[in-house]
Design a protein around this ligand. Structure first.
Ligand SMILES: Nc1nc2c(c(=O)[nH]1)N[C@H]1C(S)=C(S)[C@@H](COP(=O)(O)O)O[C@H]1N2
Ligand SMILES: [Mo]
Length: 316
């Protein structure tokens, strides 16, 4: 069966962005629809009261795109989330992800280890929306409006000790909930990490929402990372533990195949993956391949992080 999909340039900009969501919301509020609003609150109960108006968050215009936003119908049903299966169609399986309650443990080289509930964490930060590119190591890409807050804010809350050199982030471990974790072929749980300098960079973003709403499960609800200058596998999903450590973390993909997936994983079109070229990328929702950019186009903000590290495998 052949389904004709609109090409990227055929999708009107207003459909490819969550603008319509914003407009609907403004219309509702603007109409002074007190009755409608309280009816909504009544219907949604405690949740609505606990998260008053977090989404959509104001957009930070400093993070602009050179391309159209990828519509959710493409990005939301083409995901990598190995905990729920090895295919791209993990959306139905990810329904099993239970995100309430959700606790994040902060430990390692910090002033005082602690645990914080996801809702409590949200009360300590200010959410903003940023348009980011995302480049998977498999050579597909998308551009999406993430909602979240700078990772540096979380680091400040954690109060790391001076001996902390890396921040390690870990996904939940629950084979009963996540069928993929029943496979012994993978070094569960999923672990990722950054240097403290990378974590302090403005671009490193803790994500709690997308398309002007809380993260749908398949995107890594309720809280994930977005480090857009690195290959997508660095952007760890559904984080339950953040550890400040002195040694470089052994990451999930390194544990699996270190020759192909390293610690740094900075995007570079000139450095091929051992099994394919990284020169171009397929943009989700289009038939187009476009040139891949060094640091995925974010070199101005991040290239300085790697001065003096030229001997490292920075681009694998
Ligand atoms: N816990 C966890 N995080 C993960 C993955 C995963 O399988 N498990 N896949 C990674 C990869 S390879 C990519 S490309 C992105 C995909 O994010 P998306 O599904 O929101 O597009 O998530 C990354 N984070
Ligand atoms: Mo990826």
């Amino acid at each position: 069966m052949h389904i004709k999909r609109p090409r990227g340039w055929e999708i009107p900009e207003h459909l490819a962005t969550p603008e319509s969501v914003f407009l609907d919301r403004r219309a509702l509020l603007g109409a002074g629809a007190g009755l409608a609003a309280s009816a909504l609150l009544g219907a949604r109960g405690a949740h609505a009261a606990a998260e008053p108006g977090l989404y959509p968050a104001p957009r930070n215009e400093a993070y602009a795109l050179d391309r159209a936003v990828t519509a959710e119908k493409y990005s939301g049903d083409y995901n990598n989330f190995y905990e729920f299966g090895m295919s791209k169609s993990v959306l139905p399986a990810a329904n099993a992800l239970k995100t309430k309650p959700w606790t994040i443990k902060i430990d390692g080289l910090v002033e005082k280890p602690f645990e914080i509930g996801f809702e409590d964490l949200l009360r300590k930060v200010t959410l903003e929306e940023r348009l980011y590119r995302h480049r998977c190591v498999e050579a597909w890409s998308m551009a999406v409006p993430w909602t979240g807050f700078p990772l540096s804010k979380l680091v400040a809350l954690a109060k790391p000790a001076s001996g902390a050199k890396y921040i390690q982030m870990q996904t939940f471990l629950d084979p009963a909930m996540a069928p993929g974790q029943r496979s012994f072929l993978y070094p569960w749980p999923y672990i990722e990490g950054l240097t403290m300098a990378e974590a302090a960079n403005d671009l490193a973003f803790v994500v709690t929402g997308i398309y002007g709403k809380a993260l749908p499960n398949q995107f890594g609800a309720p809280i994930r990372l977005a480090v857009p200058w690195k290959y997508g596998f660095k952007s760890v999903k559904s984080i339950t533990k953040i550890s400040f450590v002195a040694e470089r973390p052994k990451t999930f993909w390194e544990g699996l195949q270190s020759a192909e997936y390293g610690f740094w994983a900075n995007v570079n079109p000139a450095v091929s993956h051992p099994r394919w070229s990284q020169a171009t990328e397929r943009v989700l929702g289009t038939d187009q391949r476009v040139p891949t950019l060094i640091y995925n186009g974010y070199g101005e903000q991040v290239a300085g992080l790697y001065k003096g590290l030229e001997k490292e495998r920075l681009f694998v």
